[in-house]
Design a protein around this ligand. Structure first.
Ligand SMILES: *[C@@H]1O[C@H](CO)[C@@H](O)[C@H](O)[C@H]1NC(C)=O
Ligand SMILES: *[C@@H]1O[C@H](CO)[C@@H](O)[C@H](O)[C@H]1NC(C)=O
Ligand SMILES: *[C@@H]1O[C@H](CO)[C@@H](O)[C@H](O)[C@H]1NC(C)=O
Ligand SMILES: *[C@@H]1O[C@H](CO)[C@@H](O)[C@H](O)[C@H]1NC(C)=O
Ligand SMILES: *[C@@H]1O[C@H](CO)[C@@H](O)[C@H](O)[C@H]1NC(C)=O
Ligand SMILES: *[C@@H]1O[C@H](CO)[C@@H](O)[C@H](O)[C@H]1NC(C)=O
Ligand SMILES: *[C@@H]1O[C@H](CO)[C@@H](O)[C@H](O)[C@H]1NC(C)=O
Ligand SMILES: *[C@@H]1O[C@H](CO)[C@@H](O)[C@H](O)[C@H]1NC(C)=O
Ligand SMILES: *[C@@H]1O[C@H](CO)[C@@H](O)[C@H](O)[C@H]1NC(C)=O
Ligand SMILES: *[C@@H]1O[C@H](CO)[C@@H](O)[C@H](O)[C@H]1NC(C)=O
Ligand SMILES: *[C@@H]1O[C@H](CO)[C@@H](O)[C@H](O)[C@H]1NC(C)=O
Length: 664
């Protein structure tokens, strides 16, 4: 009976929208539970739909979108836009009348080759855990200018199965993102990678072509109607990394690509747990005679596929930088696929060869979770840059590197060190791991000239070791006595452990982390300071004190402040709390006090810290050091032993880590 009703609705809706013209251009449907822990017999699901439409279609209430529709969040009202339950509907309470599929405008592309109007919609549903249904949206108006399936029917379907997984959590579907149109030259072999990711980090992801055969596919439904296999053969699709290879045979026409991305509990699972559709367009062009030999490229500010944690209700300002390579090569458009509410500035050209678009976005609490953004730049000869995609993890904090103050703070060493100093370490605000991308550097610079001494690539360098909240850097450089150095860290030097591994922000400030190299030549000729410290018990240097000696670091180094030598420096120190050594995780910080600490001349240095760590006996450490300092002390002891004299062990660990990264 119900099914008859659906059929009637479907027919009515099809009849209503026949006059709509040809305007569907693909989309994505995915979902996730708001809380993956099983609580009772129902769960709240956040359903996400994104569709792309032909902007020139005059049936939309405000025909021809503009950026003003993005700003206003104009609904894209398409006649009869409903996401229905299509199969196994009796297992669920999914609304029999379906849910609205009118999107909120997120992108409007006015370029004559693209003409795309995109939007997305989030819907929260409370559904029983028995739910195992196929949901979908269909219609009869695919774009006309398609190589295969032009003006045909569309169908885009998703499988939602809320049965607890073998690990007893509720599954989340894979997530993916794409540009609405990806442009490639005609007659040239293309390798195109479709991004896929999953909140359940251990799932195995596979992608496959959508099929019409509802008897055999996992959705038990027509997955792509007239555009199944919209790319002419020969083509290949590697399911495990969703890599397509093909050649577009004809110019000035679009090609529809309809895929399903599915998550398996393990590589041996016979069936997937969900199925996410992704349908989008390729466009082929003839390379014009005057075209630049090099397509434009998006060069940052962030690396492609970066993942950044962002708080909600705080305005985010992101810059997309595009580089062009020929005189006269101009950027005419930036195709985007954005979270709703993200505004796009006009493209500016501040200097020759550099083009900039600024994105501003204040994420809402309802947008919590991963939000994808993709962009592709198009030049005046239709050359399109490789897609540049960023994932924003809304509501998660990226790990941040803690500004070094004293060693009980976060980094070591600061102040004055021996020229053979080879262990450096810095702490982050949460557990961190190695970045998954190369070209994230830690660099040591001369303070006087800013020249780079050397850099390590945190993406693979065995000299950079990630352990819990702490990152240890092992150097094999002999520092020049009397010189001052400072350290800079690239975007994503530390990656969080949640979902796409949100990255820390870059540190380029030269006062952030600096140290001086002790010059033994000065040692005997300089007198010691007579100014006693006001708050710390360090008057009689070289003797054991009963309170923690904040003037000595764990590596036995005197702290002057993060600035290089001055006579008396006022520093802000955080009084260590007396957290018990059994407390896990980062400690709460104590009261912040301003104190004047004396400057240590070389002779003081010699006297005070002859014996590394001697001043802090094990007992004082246990009683007075905050827990993370203790962890760092442990890390130091551990790594000091590990990396003297060689760092063979680091290489072994690195090899293991690379294997882990590659397996991801
Ligand atoms: C999910 O629910 C469980 C059980 O009520 C709770 O302990 C957990 O904190 C929740 N997780 C989130 C992310 O809200
Ligand atoms: C879904 O329905 C199909 C028939 O349409 C049936 O063969 C299949 O077993 C059902 N699946 C579930 C999980 O109920
Ligand atoms: C995808 O996997 C195939 C087969 O393992 C491999 O040949 C290809 O290089 C991979 N592509 C990418 C982009 O990693
Ligand atoms: C593209 O180039 C091919 C080969 O030169 C030509 O046959 C075709 O007509 C061109 N198409 C367009 C739209 O210019
Ligand atoms: C972004 O720019 C706005 C306006 O210039 C500013 O108020 C805001 O603080 C900036 N956001 C960040 C995270 O810097
Ligand atoms: C387009 O770019 C090419 C170089 O890539 C340049 O030679 C040509 O003059 C440009 N055309 C226009 C109309 O700006
Ligand atoms: C570094 O040099 C100091 C002073 O010359 C020396 O006491 C210390 O043992 C050296 N450390 C290492 C690891 O070689
Ligand atoms: C990073 O660079 C190293 C060394 O060049 C290389 O072996 C590794 O494959 C690269 N990793 C990635 C993810 O590009
Ligand atoms: C080093 O960089 C800082 C700012 O980053 C700048 O103010 C200073 O002039 C630079 N010094 C030299 C010698 O280039
Ligand atoms: C560290 O040693 C390796 C060889 O063992 C060398 O290639 C590298 O340049 C050294 N790094 C520095 C910063 O001196
Ligand atoms: C470093 O020195 C500059 C200028 O002398 C000063 O403004 C800054 O506060 C100092 N930083 C610290 C951490 O002492």
């Amino acid at each position: 009976m119900e099914q008859v009703l659906y059929l009637v609705l479907l027919i009515l809706f099809t009849l209503c929208s026949v006059s709509d013209g040809t305007h569907f251009r693909g989309g994505i449907i995915s979902w996730r539970p708001l809380n993956s822990t099983v609580q009772g017999t129902t769960t709240q699901i956040l359903l996400h739909q994104r569709y792309f439409w032909w902007r020139m279609y005059a049936g939309f209430p405000p025909p021809l979108c503009t950026e003003a529709d993005v700003v206003a969040g104009t609904p894209i009202t398409v006649g009869g836009a409903v996401l229905y339950c299509l199969q196994n509907c009796s297992s669920s309470n999914y609304p029999p009348g379906g849910i609205a599929a009118n999107m909120i405008t997120s992108d409007c592309d006015t370029n004559s080759l693209i003409e795309s109007w995109g939007g997305e919609l989030y819907t929260t549903l409370t559904m029983p855990l028995t739910t195992s249904i196929t949901i979908g949206y269909s219609g009869s108006q695919w774009l006309t200018a398609l190589y295969i399936g032009g003006s045909g029917s569309w169908s885009i379907v998703n499988r939602m199965n809320l049965a607890p997984r073998p690990d007893s959590y509720i599954n989340s579907s894979p997530v993916t993102t794409t540009l609405p149109v990806v442009m490639y030259p005609r007659g040239v072999p293309v390798v195109h990678i479709v991004q896929m990711a999953d909140n359940d980090a251990t799932d195995t992801l596979q992608c496959r072509w959508g099929t019409t055969n509802s008897g055999t596919n996992y959705n038990r439904n027509d997955e792509c109607a007239n555009v199944c296999m919209g790319i002419p053969s020969p083509y290949t699709l590697t399911g495990s990394n969703c890599t397509l290879t093909f050649t577009l045979p004809k110019a000035s026409i679009y090609y529809a690509c309809a895929l399903q991305i599915e998550d398996y509990y393990s590589t041996s699972s016979p069936y997937p747990m969900s199925s996410v559709p992704i349908q989008f367009l390729f466009y082929a062009y003839n390379i014009s005679a005057g075209a630049c030999a090099t397509a434009p490229s998006i060069i940052g500010v962030r690396p492609n596929r970066a993942c950044i944690g962002v708080p909600y209700n705080v305005q985010l300002n992101e810059t997309v930088e595009i580089q062009t390579y020929c005189p006269g090569q101009t950027i005419v458009d930036l195709v985007t696929s954005s979270p709703y509410g993200m505004q796009h500035s006009k493209i500016s050209n501040p200097s020759p060869g550099l083009w900039i678009m600024t994105l501003t976005w204040t994420p809402l609490a309802t947008q919590s979770g991963p939000q994808g953004f993709c962009a592709g730049a198009i030049d005046n000869s239709s050359l399109q840059s490789a897609p540049w995609c960023i994932t924003y993890l809304v509501g998660y904090d990226s790990p941040n590197l803690i500004r070094p103050t004293l060693v009980q703070g976060s980094a070591s060493p600061i102040g004055t060190v021996f020229s053979n100093q080879s262990l450096f370490s810095i702490q982050a605000t949460s557990a961190v791991g190695r970045p998954s991308l190369n070209n994230t550097n830690i660099c040591f610079h001369y303070d006087s000239t800013n020249a780079t001494v050397f850099c390590y690539d945190a993406g693979y360098s065995p000299n950079v070791i990630y352990t819990g909240y702490t990152i240890v850097i092992v150097t094999n450089y002999t520092w020049t006595p009397g010189q001052s150095y400072y350290v800079t860290l690239g975007d994503g030097f530390a990656s969080g452990s949640v979902f796409c591994h949100a990255e820390s922000l870059a540190i380029t400030d030269k006062t952030f982390w600096r140290f001086d190299i002790w010059n033994p030549a000065l040692s005997s000729t300089t007198t010691t300071t007579t100014t006693p410290p006001t708050t710390h018990t360090v008057t009689s240097l070289g003797t054991t004190t009963t309170s923690i000696n904040t003037a000595c670091t764990t590596s036995g180094i005197v702290v002057t402040s993060t600035n290089a030598s001055t006579t008396t420096t006022t520093v802000t120190t955080t009084t260590p709390t007396t957290a018990g050594p059994t407390t896990a995780g980062p400690t709460t910080t104590g009261a912040t006090t301003e104190s004047t600490i004396p400057v240590f001349y070389p002779l003081d240095f010699e006297n005070a810290c002859k014996q590394p760590v001697a001043i802090m006996s094990a007992i004082t450490i246990v009683f007075f050091m905050p827990v993370h300092a203790l962890a760092m002390y442990a890390a130091f002891t551990k790594f000091t032993n590990m990396y003297k004299p060689s760092n063979i062990a680091a290489k072994t660990r690195h090899k293991q880590r690379m294997q882990n990264i590659l397996r991801r």
